[in-house]
Design a protein around this ligand. Structure first.
Ligand code: AMP
Ligand code: ZN
Ligand code: FE
Ligand code: FE
Length: 293
């Protein structure tokens, strides 16, 4: 049995291994009803996914924006964004461009460290998609320098690794505002990462007040390997901050995070709550505009 709602998935438009069409085909086979395509710093997969979805699957244009926070990875999801919004696309393009220069520098650092992978191969692996560290890691695996993606991150390209390079990123607040301006609903992605049974929590006491005033509307409470205790704690936090509890599989495809579309238990009503909140916000904005006139 699969969940009928999955609000966090990646495609070849970033570091996923399935094309948008192939992802939608899996989702259709699994009888999902709502699927958000949330590629890193890109909505380039959305149109293909929309055409493939037909009428039985509600396909949400989405995005996952990586942000700049010292010492940790804060990702902001945007659901139901207007992916045709021109300023939004200009910013996403800028973010993707900074990924290119950065990946190139990482390859050169790796070369200095004796890891002889080529930039041409990394580009080939990334294809037309937003280039990311998993593409660099894939090239390292192909050449036998590491056996797995986690090993590549641990030994070389993780935040504290010797080949890590920074890039231009938005603050989490600006990522939230970017999504709001593009008509979408912003949610904090994976507030806790569970790896080998170990929980790494973001500093929510610091983040949530800042993000809430920027317009944060959701928080991922249903995610890979979340225990009942984690879910309970996150749902409480969601209630305290009046955030919609969202969730998804963060499907990337084979070899990476290995859970498939619909394989994280997300309650059906989550999609309704997101839609409702978006409508509430839109009518609030209209009222505010009317009183300004
Ligand atoms: P980037 O977008 O270049 O910052 O790379 C981040 C992406 O790499 C994440 O979204 C995951 O898909 C993947 N990733 C991050 N950490 C790990 C890890 N330890 N093992 C495997 N994949 C990872
Ligand atoms: Zn990813
Ligand atoms: Fe993420
Ligand atoms: Fe993701």
């Amino acid at each position: 049995m699969y969940s009928s709602v999955d609000l966090h998935t990646h495609t070849t438009a970033s570091d996923g291994t399935l094309t948008p069409k192939a992802l939608v085909e899996v989702a259709l086979r699994r009888k999902l009803r709502v699927l958000a395509v949330t590629d890193h710093d890109s909505t380039e997969g959305v149109d293909e996914a929309l055409s493939a979805a037909g009428s039985t699957l509600e396909l949400w244009p989405g995005v996952e924006v990586s942000t700049d926070v010292p010492g940790s990875e804060v990702h902001i999801l945007g659901y139901l964004v207007d992916h045709t919004d021109i300023p939004f696309q200009a910013m996403l393009r800028r973010l993707r461009d900074s990924r290119l220069g950065r990946a190139r520098q990482m390859v050169s650092k790796l070369n200095d460290l004796g890891v002889a992978i080529s930039w041409a191969r990394v580009q080939e692996i990334a294809g037309a998609g937003a280039v990311g560290r998993p593409h660099v890691a894939q090239a390292m695996i192909e050449q036998g320098y590491v056996a797995t993606l986690p090993e590549a991150f641990q030994r070389f390209i993780g935040r504290n690794g010797p080949a890590y390079v920074e890039r231009y990123r938005l603050t989490p607040e600006d990522a939230v505002r970017l999504i709001v301006r593009a008509g979408g609903l912003p949610a904090l992605a994976h507030p806790v990462i569970v790896e080998n049974g170990k929980e790494s929590w973001l500093d929510l006491e610091d983040l949530l007040p800042r993000l809430a005033s920027a317009g944060l509307a959701g928080i991922e409470c249903y995610y890979l390997n979340y225990t009942r205790a984690i879910k309970r704690r996150l749902l409480k936090i969601a209630a305290t901050w009046n955030l919609v509890a969202t969730g998804g599989s963060d499907f990337h495809g084979l070899g990476n995070l290995v859970v498939g579309p619909g394989e994280v238990a997300v309650p059906d009503e989550v999609a309704d709550r997101v839609r409702e909140r978006l409508i509430q916000r839109q009518s609030g904005q209209q009222r505010a505009q009317q009183t300004e006139v």
